[in-house]
Design a protein around this ligand. Structure first.
Ligand SMILES: Cc1cc2nc3c(=O)[nH]c(=O)nc-3n(C[C@H](O)[C@H](O)[C@H](O)COP(=O)(O)OP(=O)(O)OC[C@H]3O[C@@H](n4cnc5c(N)ncnc54)[C@H](O)[C@@H]3O)c2cc1C
Length: 432
């Protein structure tokens, strides 16, 4: 196989960003993806004229993804939801404002909620101590109903259903960004448009793009030596960025290969969801556009209300059940989501044109939580020279795709810095 300066394993958002950055800095790079296409969990599929992302995706402006995409010249066209939406409580759907200003909330609860929203955007998330989201909410808010509402908003903003473990600071930052006007963007024609643009940038920058390359081993001693593939091929290499999930990175290193990677794998708490995406001929209750479950861990969205996701006027809607880290039953979750659809959009079954059910989709392989012994994993793997990690689990505070793109860029920069230091040390040796 050809010789490359750097091999990037995994062609999702993290791998694509890392590969582009390295190639633009003049390095010869190969991007190795085991699937038949690039994009990882950011791909979209066409079903009966509708475009389905891999579950409901929204780009939140003001974070790493927007900054990096602007820098790379990636267009992020789409529509933003209007503020408001509805609340699902006690099997009833009520508009957010009506819910707050009727008897659901006591007078003091109304005042507490309004005060909370008026100061929330001004909180400096970086100065929030390392406490759980539950501790933070219970310090800040007294009324149980107000707490319920705020828990639900944090859940929708992060997909995380674990307030006892989730670190408060990063999710405060995420929710504050999400609540800013026009900061949520539903990408027109799906996230595949972002992947396609990244792909083009990578090819243009000179990255060698290889699909169907399942990496089974990174051969190493105290430094990276070789990559081995399932098809029996091998590649000599000195610098590798692995953007595969922590369990895969650990396995291909030979689980005892790096104590740090083993620890990152063991401390990881994946965020999972059950996600039903539907394309509907007609929306039975057009006013139910966004519904946030307060006493149920769900979120419903008629995404087509805000962006184009179909060629023939059908509407693409999402309903998500946020799952914690415990065991879940895919069939029971599907029935539950259908029952929720019966409440939100009665008669929906007759309108279905296409359907995608993802019972246990991993939204993130890890996030910022209290069980992380190393708060910030990577990018460099301390025990193995030339090895780096990225992927949203290697977050340094960012969430979801922001963590994927930021970690990809961080890993690329670290490789470039190490290569530069190595080159200078080599020059010094020659001069001596
Ligand atoms: C349901 C759902 C909803 C989401 N909603 C949002 C949202 O609203 N906003 C947001 O910002 N983000 C959202 N995300 C998260 C976002 O999609 C991810 O953060 C991002 O796509 C992850 O990119 P990645 O490169 O880290 O990982 P991946 O996309 O998983 O890429 C890793 C790649 O590595 C490849 N690979 C694995 N093993 C090997 C191997 N041995 N050899 C070679 N290749 C290998 C995989 O095939 C994959 O392509 C959502 C995700 C899901 C699933």
């Amino acid at each position: 196989m050809n010789q490359f300066d750097v091999a990037v394993i995994g062609g999702g958002m993290a791998g694509l960003v890392a590969a582009i950055d390295l190639a633009q800095a003049g390095k010869s790079v190969v991007l190795l993806e085991k699937a038949g296409q690039f994009g990882g969990r950011a791909v979209s599929a066409k079903k009966n004229g509708a475009i389905f992302d891999l579950g409901g995706h929204a780009l939140i402006r003001g974070g790493a993804t927007e900054e990096i995409f602007q820098d790379l010249g990636i267009k992020m066209e789409g529509g933003s939801p209007t503020p408001g939406g509805s609340i699902l409580w006690n099997k009833k759907i009520t508009s957010f404002l009506k819910f707050i200003f009727t008897q659901n909330l006591s007078w003091s609860a109304k005042v507490e909620l309004i005060k909370f929203f008026s100061k929330f955007g001004k909180i400096d998330a970086d100065s929030v101590p390392a406490i759980s989201l539950r501790n933070w909410i219970e310090q800040e808010l007294r009324d149980p109903m107000v707490r319920h509402i705020i828990y639900a908003l944090f859940r929708v903003a992060s997909f995380v259903q674990a307030p006892d473990h989730q670190l408060a600071g990063p999710i405060i930052h995420q929710l504050a960004r999400s609540l800013k006007k026009n900061n949520i963007v539903f990408i027109q024609d799906g996230w595949q448009t972002l992947v396609d643009q990244l792909y083009e940038k990578a090819v243009y920058a000179g990255v060698s793009m290889m699909t169907g390359k399942n990496v089974t081993e990174i051969e190493h001693d105290e430094a990276v030596r070789k990559i081995k593939f399932a098809d029996g091929q091998e590649m000599d290499i000195t610098h590798v960025i692995s953007t595969t999930p922590p369990s895969v990175t650990s396995r291909i290193l030979g689980d005892t290969g790096s104590k740090s990677v083993l620890r990152w794998k063991e401390q990881a708490r994946a965020i999972k969801a059950a996600n039903l995406t539907l394309s509907l001929k007609k929306i039975p209750v057009p006013n139910n556009i966004q519904v946030i479950g307060v006493d149920q861990p769900i979120y419903f969205l008629n995404q087509s209300k805000f962006t184009r996701l179909s060629e023939d006027g059908t509407s693409v809607v999402q309903i998500i059940k946020y799952n914690g880290t415990g065991r879940t039953d895919p069939k029971a979750d599907e029935r539950f989501l259908e029952q929720m659809m019966d409440l939100i959009q009665p008669g929906w079954q007759k309108e279905v044109v296409a359907r995608q059910y993802l019972p246990k989709i991993v939204v993130a392989y890890d996030y910022m939580h209290l069980d992380r012994e190393d708060r910030f994993p990577g990018p460099a793997v301390p025990e193995i020279a030339g090895l780096y990690v990225a992927g949203e689990w290697a977050t340094h505070g960012e969430m979801l795709s922001d963590a994927a793109t930021a970690s990809g860029r961080r890993a690329a920069r670290c490789v470039l810095k190490d290569m530069e230091t190595g080159r200078k040390n080599e020059q010094k040796r020659i001069l001596i």
